[in-house]
Design a protein around this ligand. Sequence first.
Ligand code: PXP
Length: 241
Amino acid sequence: MIRLGVNIDHVATVRQARRALEPDPVAAAVLATLGGADGITIHLREDRRHINDRDVRLLRQVVTTILNLELSVADEIVAIACEIKPEQATLVPEKREELTTEGGLDIVTHQTAVAAAMKKLHEAGIAVALFIDPDNRQIEIAKILGARAIEIQTARYAEAKTHAARQIELNALQESTEFARQIGLNVHMGHGLNYENVRAIAQIPGVEELNIGHSIVSRAVLVGMERAVREMKDAIRAACD
Ligand code: PXP
């Protein structure tokens, strides 16, 4: 069964709306794990707008499954990752003005910076995934750079307005997965996935991990974290049956 990494950044976003102590993403991680999360995903942004250093350190101690730290190639953040040693680090692009991560990391253009960050992470014994667009050139470079996995961004699929447009994006995701698997990369996916559109994604052969945040935390506000995660696991399981 495909692994589900639950991204809990939005829990910290609610806390930061009041610069308060609650809700605590550490508690959310525990409840998500009880609900069946296979891993916990967090993004330590350079501006610390949601997850902060305290969260990363506590989550490292509390998460007993897979801690997946999303990070930019910035030296300061890479140094924290190397010290904390999450099971997995996913390199993502980062712009201060964006609401959320926009598009994949262009590892063709930023090859040198990505290679330098990967070297440090590998030396610390951390498995590295690269968050990229469904593009064969990007996938080839990921392989050349020595990534263990790629996380293919699903935003264009999730945002497609028509059935035809969605099908085109789905085909691109399928073809990219096939190509990446052929050259020996593990394939993860994420961004914009919800309880409905996850079905077609979970049916793509070869996808091993999905990272989902917004839709799960949104549901958790209404039904609780444990139930929201269980329902996403059920949706993924139903698609795979
Ligand atoms: N994967 C990556 C690399 C991301 O940056 C994000 C958003 O933080 C996600 C997955 C989760 O996206 P969403 O919140 O839309 O489910």
